[in-house]
Design a protein around this ligand. Structure first.
Ligand SMILES: NC(=O)c1ccc[n+]([C@@H]2O[C@H](COP(=O)([O-])OP(=O)(O)OC[C@H]3O[C@@H](n4cnc5c(N)ncnc54)[C@H](O)[C@@H]3O)[C@@H](O)[C@H]2O)c1
Length: 459
């Protein structure tokens, strides 16, 4: 089954659009948790426990602080024959640091959620993961649009573990129920099939508005719908925020900078977007989404937050959506050549999804007067696409013990940005946020996840 999937025309089309535990004991958590918070599960075996996460590989990626590998980065590319240095200098992030700043929840707890078998019916899941018990003053009703997607489902996991009531709405265009199956039936969780281009009436305190396809292969498949989602979807969510006086965070994107003439990109940069190109339906819909947000803020006093998200990767990425990370990992796992569009000297920055979720929650809850201004959330480490392809090959080899893939160069894609790297000064100063996940470590986790997924689909 997996091999059929991996060779499907969808994957081929996707490729063509590309380019662009160690368990922390609960006592560790409680030391930094307010006294009114405890860890409970609703269905509640007092002694409940997770099933152990599946053995993903023999790699020790998630525990070691000494074996990680670092790569030379950030130098603007001069040619494609980049030599990637595999110096063993990266000191890694400690398990302690992986207690997340926004929530004091450990990566081990988050990892258990995405390694639950996605094919298992939720009705067969006897126990839910433990969530915190918040008092009524702490507990919020939080809406996540696009919550069944890649980023949305990680955000749902975190907010649920933190003890909030979470409403997830999604039309399942690119998302899947399986991504949130671990919560279906939980008293703190509601899943609603709904398209954000239609209004919806809900009572909520906060809205994370993520609903929108993010990969070129999907958003270009129906550009008019993408524009409707970006405009009408954001308009409807801002209208909801206005009615119920909820704070709303808009998931914007680095794509609003287009093919940037300023490098790295600061939030003050107005961007360089081709309004007629194949990416315009996405880029312009996100730009107008920001304009709508600030118009609602000025005219209707809606409390807005705008996160400009840079390239993000991690477990639960759609493996057929043509994004560079999923493409490269799958090609390397299949021992196929990695396809680079253009000469490979375009640059990108890659952030691990857990860092992004931290940044989104910090931004949503930031009370500083300037918090409504847009904030870049991304990892400023910059790689050429050629470098990143080589890194993927090396890491797949390290995780699986085998990878003979080579890098092949195809024609460049239209309007593919040449350079991408966030200036994250504002996120650091405003939120105290910085990415904690090196590409080495995040990629190992993601490769292990994809390998496990391929094994499940083949079994
Ligand atoms: N992942 C990234 O690298 C990245 C980068 C920049 C911005 N973003 C933004 O973050 C958000 C989430 O991205 P993602 O990577 O999780 O993408 P995704 O495609 O995995 O998730 C998007 C979710 O929104 C849902 N959706 C799409 N259109 C909808 C509609 N009209 N009504 C209701 N639900 C709808 C999809 O079914 C899916 O579950 C998007 O707004 C995206 O633009 C992501």
């Amino acid at each position: 089954m997996a091999s059929q999937n991996l060779k499907s025309p969808v994957v081929a089309a996707a490729a063509a659009a590309s380019a662009s535990a160690q368990t922390i004991p609960s006592s560790t958590i409680s030391t930094t948790t307010p006294s009114s918070i405890s860890l409970i599960s609703p269905s509640d075996p007092p002694n409940h426990s997770f099933p152990p996460p599946p053995a993903l590989s023999t790699s020790s990626s998630s525990t070691s602080t000494s074996t990680s590998t670092s790569y030379s980065v950030s130098a603007p590319p001069s040619n494609v024959n980049v030599k990637v240095s595999l110096t063993k200098t990266y000191s890694g992030t400690s398990e302690r640091e992986l207690l997340h700043m926004a929530s004091d929840i450990s990566y081990a707890d988050l990892k258990r959620l995405y390694t639950l078998n996605p094919l298992a019916s939720s009705t067969t899941t006897a126990k839910y993961p433990a969530v915190r018990a918040l008092n009524p003053f702490q507990k919020k009703r939080i809406l996540v649009t696009g919550g069944a997607g890649f980023v949305g489902s990680h955000l749902v996991d975190r907010l649920m573990l933190m003890g909030h009531d979470v409403l997830c709405i999604d039309n399942y265009f690119t998302g899947h129920k399986a991504n949130v199956a671990q919560w279906i039936g939980h008293p703190n969780f509601e899943l609603i099939r709904h398209d954000v281009i239609d209004p919806i009436m809900l009572e909520v305190d906060q809205i994370y508005h993520l609903a929108c396809p993010a990969s070129p292969v999907h958003y270009q498949s129906n550009p008019v719908k993408t524009l409707k989602t970006g405009f009408l979807g954001t308009y409807n969510m801002l209208g909801l925020a206005k009615r119920v006086k909820a704070r709303i965070l808009i998931a914007s994107t680095s794509e609003i900078y287009g093919d940037p003439l300023e490098h790295p990109q600061r939030e003050s940069y107005w961007g360089n977007v081709n309004i007629q190109g194949p990416r315009a339906c996405y880029d312009e819909s996100k730009r107008v989404g920001e304009t709508l947000a600030y118009s609602y803020m000025m005219q209707e006093q809606v409390d807005v937050r705008v996160a400009r998200i840079f390239n993000t990767y991690g477990p639960r990425m759609n493996w057929n959506d043509g994004r560079v990370v999923s493409n490269f990992i799958l090609q390397a796992l299949k021992n196929e050549d990695l396809t680079v569009y253009g000469p490979g000297d375009s640059t990108r920055s890659f952030q691990y999804v857990i860092d992004l979720v931290d940044g989104l929650i910090e931004l949503m809850n930031c009370e500083e007067p300037t918090a409504s201004e847009p904030v870049n959330i991304g990892n400023p480490e910059e790689y050429t696409i050629s470098q990143f392809a080589q890194i993927t090959i090396d890491l797949v080899k390290a995780v699986t013990g085998k990878c003979d893939s080579r890098i092949v160069y195809l024609d460049p894609l239209v309007d593919d940005p040449h350079r991408r790297r966030p200036d994250t000064t504002r996120a650091r100063e405003l939120l105290g946020w910085r990415p904690k996940w090196s590409v080495d470590r995040g990629m190992r986790e993601t490769i292990e996840y994809f390998k496990w997924q391929v094994e499940i689909m083949s079994s």
